[in-house]
Ligand binder design. Structure first.
Ligand SMILES: C[S@@+](CC[C@H](N)C(=O)[O-])C[C@H]1O[C@@H](n2cnc3c(N)ncnc32)[C@H](O)[C@@H]1O
Length: 215
């Protein structure tokens, strides 16, 4: 790893540690709704959860019978996720691991590779990481990316770290998938009502990219 990469990893790790340390819990602990809707129709298999946060998705997937590898840059988030898995009795079906996905992508192939809101205001090679995510999908498996297509109404505007919000097509194009090897199953932006960290309600825009690997 170069000195620049080491400094970027330190910054990213510290940023997310600080973010998670602000509160005992950041996210709802519930599964993301698009993931649960899509996975409900799939055969159970192996899943990779990229940027798993406090484990809401990983714990839900394991509860549905999936064998899950869940990774995040934040040790605090992973500890909370492991605790949630233990409390729900599904820890035996989840492997948690700390990875900075910018430099260290998990090995293996999976029936489902899921990136739910893998978005950061920091420097992050997102296109390359999502391309690696696509390469980690087993034949007949699926890649599911759900991302903010617009700033959540409760998101503070950070002038030092402005966040770009892509369209579903832009994110799909970044994957650079070989057409013949993939079938697009969903490519859309969808609004949903949600509750923010302080109990406020608002409308979120979810970009949904779901592609099935054919070969
Ligand atoms: C917006 S949160 C989404 C968390 C979770 N997927 C969810 O939907 O609740 C983004 C997550 O990505 C993680 N993350 C950010 N940069 C990362 C990196 N370079 N490598 C691995 N995880 C990272 C953060 O720690 C955080 O948990």
């Amino acid at each position: 790893m170069t000195h620049q990469h080491e400094a970027e990893e330190r910054d990213a790790r510290q940023f997310w540690e600080d973010r998670y340390s602000e509160r005992d819990r950041i996210w709802s602990g519930k599964v993301n709704p698009v993931l649960s809707e899509i996975v409900a129709d799939l055969d159970v298999g192996t899943a990779l959860d990229l940027g798993c946060g406090e484990g809401g998705d990983a714990v839900w997937l394991a509860g549905m019978g999936w064998r899950v590898t869940a990774v995040d840059i934040s040790a605090t988030a992973l500890q909370r996720a492991e605790q949630a898995a233990t409390e729900r009795g599904v820890d035996g079906r989840i492997t948690f691991a700390r990875h900075d996905l910018a430099t260290d992508f998990p090995s293996g192939v999976f029936d489902l590779v899921s990136a739910q809101f893998l978005q950061t205001p920091l420097e992050f090679p997102r296109a390359e990481v999502l391309q690696q995510a696509a390469r980690a999908v087993a034949v007949s498996g699926r890649l599911l990316i759900v991302e903010h297509g617009a700033a959540p109404p409760w998101m503070p505007h950070d002038h030092d770290h402005p966040v770009d919000f892509p369209t579903p097509q832009q994110t799909f194009d970044q994957l650079e998938l070989v057409d013949q090897h993939w079938r697009i199953e969903r490519l859309e932006a969808k609004e949903r009502q949600a509750t923010g960290p302080n109990g406020e309600t608002g409308t979120l825009m979810d970009n949904i990219i779901l592609a099935r690997r054919l070969a």
